[in-house]
Structures are given as C-alpha cells and as structure tokens.
Design a protein around this ligand. Structure first.
Ligand SMILES: Nc1nc2c(c(=O)[nH]1)N[C@H]1C(S)=C(S)[C@@H](COP(=O)(O)O)O[C@H]1N2
Ligand SMILES: [Mo]
Length: 259
C-alpha cells in the first residue's frame, strides 16, 4: 500500500508542488516549521493521504492543520490559568495591531452601539453598552502574545464570558462561538475556551473605557489564545455548530491558536 503511494508520487514534481502549496500558508511560523520539516513523503504519512497531485497536497496540508487543532483542543486544560502580573509590569504604552494601520482605526459610536447575540442562544436580544456595563465586572492583568513576534502585558476589565453565555442561555454543547467586528475582522473560538474562567468580554483597559485603538467598545480577551484570536470592535456574537473560520485563519493561520 505504502509502496504504491510512493510510486504514484514520483509522477508529479514533488518539490514544486509542495513549495507552491506552502506559499499559500501565510502563517510565518507555521510555514517555516513545515518548510523545515516536511517532505511529500512525511506529509503523506502525517495526513494519511495519498499525494498524487496539487489538490491532494493542499488537502493533506489542511488535514495536518486540522489535526493540530484537534491536538491543541485535546491538550487544552479548561481549569489551567494563564499567568497574571502586577500593575507595575503593565506595558506602557500598550501596542496597537490590526490588519490595517493606525490611521484607519474604526470609530464606533457608543450611543448607537448594539451587540447582536444570535444562533444557539435562548435570549437573542441586542445589548446596549449601558446594559453590558451594568453586568458584574472583573479585571485581569495578563500577557497578550502576537504571532508577529511581540508580546505585552495589559490590564483588561469586563464581564466574565462564561457568565455572559449563561445569561443569554447559550447552548454549551455547541462547537463554536463566532465573532463579527466593526472593521470586517471576524474569528471564532471553541466552547471550552469560551467557558475558560479568564475569558473576558472586555469593556475597559487599565480602568478606562477601552480606547478605539484597542477595540472600543468591546473586545474578547483570552490570555490562553494568541493575539489574532482576540477580536476587537465586536458587533455580533453567534453560537453555532457550523465552522465559522476567521480573517487570518482562512489565510492559513492555525484555527485553535493557543498561546
Ligand atoms: N477587529 C479586529 N480585531 C483584531 C485584529 C484586527 O485587525 N481587527 N487584529 C488582531 C491581532 S493580530 C492582534 S495582535 C490584536 C491586537 O490588539 P491591540 O491593538 O489591542 O494590541 O488584535 C486582534 N484582534
Ligand atoms: Mo497579532
């Protein structure tokens, strides 16, 4: 069986096909890892797919990435807390990052703001900012880690997301929570991370309303996940069993994105 796969592989230009498929992976760290460690043979073994043409290489790469998501989900300990820090360790000023520059930061109008909550939830009413601020608030000083190679410690305040999900009657057996943002960014997370005690529906930064650059009026803060999984300017939250993907995830970043 394996011999058959190998002999079929020889019929395509393995290196060229693999390099082409690797170029489609935008995640720099992931691409580097794959470039250093992957051959068509090992990809075939890892994915269990026969590598016979361009499409099968991409299919196999997608399978390895999904496998990575499953391993991360399996390794994720819902009770293990991310490290917390003292006030003195907060990074000042806290960096800005988005898929655009600082001159294009979205200005969301506080008065007109409504947080839409839909999908597998009992209460589908939209929330005003005042309503969100009326919920019990908590804060945390944690480290944000960006895949682009920087990290920073910040203090975020807001509503425990598990409490929020309980309040809207979310179906906790659902697989995904999806987020749509005011700047067209979108992402999605797994239910165990949504219910993690440090996952925070964040309304404030360092005791002040969340500044526009860091996601006014609301972002989801998860110290257990990399920066790109933490959506800013959230306008809609939906609970679903249909895989929602994400802005960077759809371009090859790993979906689970644990930190
Ligand atoms: N809406 C929105 N959320 C986003 C992004 C974005 O471009 N738009 N970028 C992500 C990335 S890659 C990072 S590192 C963090 C940066 O958050 P900060 O500006 O508060 O440092 O936001 C994440 N959430
Ligand atoms: Mo990031």
């Amino acid at each position: 069986m394996k011999i058959k796969k190998v002999s079929r592989m020889i019929s395509i230009d393995g290196d060229a096909v693999l390099n082409e498929a690797l170029r489609s992976i935008k995640h720099p760290a992931r691409r580097l890892f794959l470039e250093r460690s992957l051959t068509l043979g090992s990809l075939s073994l890892l994915s269990g797919c026969a590598i016979v043409d361009e499409d099968s290489v991409e299919h196999a790469l997608r399978r390895v990435s999904r496998f990575n998501d499953e391993v991360q989900a399996w390794l994720f300990d819902p009770k293990l807390l991310a490290p917390t820090y003292s006030e003195a360790m907060i990074t000042r000023p806290f960096p800005f990052n988005a898929y655009y520059g600082e001159d294009e930061i979205r200005q969301v109008d506080a008065e007109g703001y409504r947080l839409e909550v839909t999908g597998m939830v009992a209460d589908k009413h939209s929330w005003t900012l005042a309503e969100l601020r009326d919920l019990p608030q908590t804060d945390q000083i944690t480290r944000h880690i960006c895949i682009e190679g920087w990290s920073a410690i910040g203090k975020w305040g807001g509503v425990n997301f598990a409490d929020f999900l309980a309040r809207v009657g979310a179906d906790k057996t659902a697989k995904y929570i999806g987020f749509k943002c005011a700047d067209d960014y979108y992402t999605s997370i797994d239910m165990p991370t949504a219910l993690h005690p440090q996952t925070l529906l964040t309304l404030s930064y360092d005791g002040q309303p969340l500044p526009p650059r860091n996601g006014f009026p609301m972002k989801l803060r998860m110290p257990t996940k990399l920066g790109y999984k933490n959506p800013k300017h959230i306008q809609a939250i939906f609970v679903t069993n249909t895989y929602p993907g994400g802005y960077w995830e759809d371009q090859g970043y790993n979906w689970f994105g644990g930190s």
